[in-house]
Structures are given as structure tokens and as C-alpha cells.
Ligand binder design. Structure first.
Ligand SMILES: [Mn+2]
Length: 257
């Protein structure tokens, strides 16, 4: 039983499918072949790339198949997933004083085709995804920030707060709260980074934080085509796995255990 994660896929469903096939987690017809393995997506499924809904559909299809085989497929929500969700329900609500959710979604690579193809089934599924998950001692989050602790001080509380936020879709609070998950680089500072990571792990559990959101090329100055694995930093407490697929890096299925 192994745990695999995939960073931000941003609509690149073809690359995701190929990478999962190469890793042996799906078969030639696209069905779950990972037995009791676990596969988690770290959010930002949509925007920038051609087929965000295709990625959502893929995960939705694999989840029951994996569960039936004794495995697990999961996904933590990213800021782009929340942007798309908000753009559907409350496009004119503010994310900042001078910007609506819809404007922010467009500026961040939102694709009309995703918004048009988004159905109630996808929206209900998104609303049920956690923001944080503890899997085999790995704390899985989308963004490299301690902002999650502003939603709650336990995984249960954080996911409950985010779940309520998605269920209520309050135009006054949805945008400002979503913005917290746009924060980044909070574990990079050589002194503060490990301290913050340790604090978050103490509250939420796990021995390592695993995140997407900030790409390895942009964070660690690796040319996108050369990204060939995760980057472990902050005294070994934090693992970055977003290869930067939208920058031309490969889609990697990263084994964690
Ligand atoms: Mn992100």
C-alpha cells in the first residue's frame, strides 16, 4: 500500500491520464489499477489548461473504483477550484475591494469552456472536497501557507469551515476567505519556514506538509523541463510537488510512502 500525490494539474487531463497509466495506477481503459494504493490530488484541477472539467471527471470516476478495490483517491481544494466554484455561483462578489471573483478567475487563467461545462454534479463534488487531509502521516494541503489555521485549529474544524463557506456562498465572506488560500512561500524563509511548518504540524498532525500551488520552477529556479521530482525543504518538514505543468513541466505522480 503506497501513497502517491499529484500537484496542480490545471486542466491538463491528457498528461494526467498518461502519468497515471505510466505509474500503473490506471489501466489502458482508464480504470483504477492501483489496488489498495492511495492517490491524492493537491488541488488546482482547472484553469490555465484545456480541460479542467476532464480532470474533475477523471477523479470522480476513479474515487469509487479505488474505494471498491480497497484503495483511495482524494483531492484537497485549491484556490483555482474555489475561484471556479465562486465564478459559477457568485461571480460579482468581491475577492478584493477592486476586483470581483469572476474578474480574478479570468485574470488567473479561467477558461470559459470549464465554466460552461460545469454541472451541479461537479459543484456538489467540489463542495465535498476537504481543504486539508492527513494521509499516512503526511499533511496534504494545496497552498504553502499557514493560513489554513485561520479556518480552524484542527483538520476537522478547517474542513468544516471551508465546507460551510462553500455551502453558504456568502458574497461578503467567500472572496476574502478564499484569498487566504492564495497565500504562498510561507515555509521558504530559512529561519521562519521550519518554525511555521512545525507549528502547523503540531496543530494538525503529520510529520511532513505536502503542498502544490507554488511551482518548483518558480520557487526553486529549476527550468520547467528539468523538474523530475519533488523538492523537500524547511528542515525536511515540507515537500513541494507542483511541477509547474502549465509552464511546460511534466506531470509527475509522486510516491510519498
Ligand atoms: Mn494554487
Amino acid at each position: 500500500m503506497a501513497l502517491f500525490v499529484i500537484g496542480d494539474t490545471h486542466g491538463h487531463s491528457t498528461q494526467v491520464t498518461s502519468a497515471l497509466r505510466e505509474a500503473g495506477l490506471i489501466d489502458a481503459s482508464g480504470d483504477w489499477a492501483g489496488a489498495d494504493d492511495k492517490l491524492w490530488f493537491l488541488g488546482d484541477l482547472t484553469d490555465r489548461g484545456p480541460d479542467g472539467i476532464g480532470v474533475i471527471e477523471l477523479i470522480m470516476r476513479l474515487q469509487p473504483q479505488a474505494a471498491a478495490a480497497g484503495g483511495e483517491v482524494g483531492c484537497v481544494l485549491g484556490n483555482h477550484d474555489l475561484l471556479l466554484y465562486g465564478s459559477h455561483y457568485i461571480p460579482d462578489a468581491r475577492i478584493a475591494p477592486d476586483r470581483t471573483i469572476f474578474q480574478s478567475w479570468t485574470l488567473n487563467g479561467g477558461r470559459d469552456t470549464d465554466l460552461e461545462a460545469l454541472t451541479d454534479r461537479h459543484l456538489t463534488w467540489l463542495a465535498g472536497c476537504p481543504a486539508v487531509a492527513l494521509v499516512d502521516d503526511h499533511l496534504l494541503v494545496h497552498a504553502d501557507t499557514t493560513a489554513y489555521l485561520e479556518f480552524g485549529t484542527s483538520i476537522e474544524d478547517i474542513n468544516k469551515t471551508v465546507g460551510t463557506m462553500l455551502a453558504e456562498r456568502d458574497p461578503e465572506t467567500f472572496g476574502p476567505r478564499m484569498r487566504l488560500i492564495f497565500r504562498r512561500f510561507e515555509f521558504l524563509d530559512p529561519a521562519q519556514g521550519p518554525f511555521r511548518a512545525r507549528m502547523m504540524l503540531e496543530f494538525l498532525g503529520g510529520s511532513r506538509i505536502v503542498h502544490g500551488h507554488s511551482t518548483i520552477p518558480e520557487t526553486f529556479q529549476v527550468p520547467p523541463p528539468l523538474v523530475d521530482g519533488p523538492v523537500i525543504y524547511a528542515d525536511g518538514l515540507v515537500v513541494a510537488v507542483d511541477t509547474g505543468i502549465a509552464l511546460g513541466a511534466p506531470c509527475l505522480v509522486v510516491p510519498l510512502s
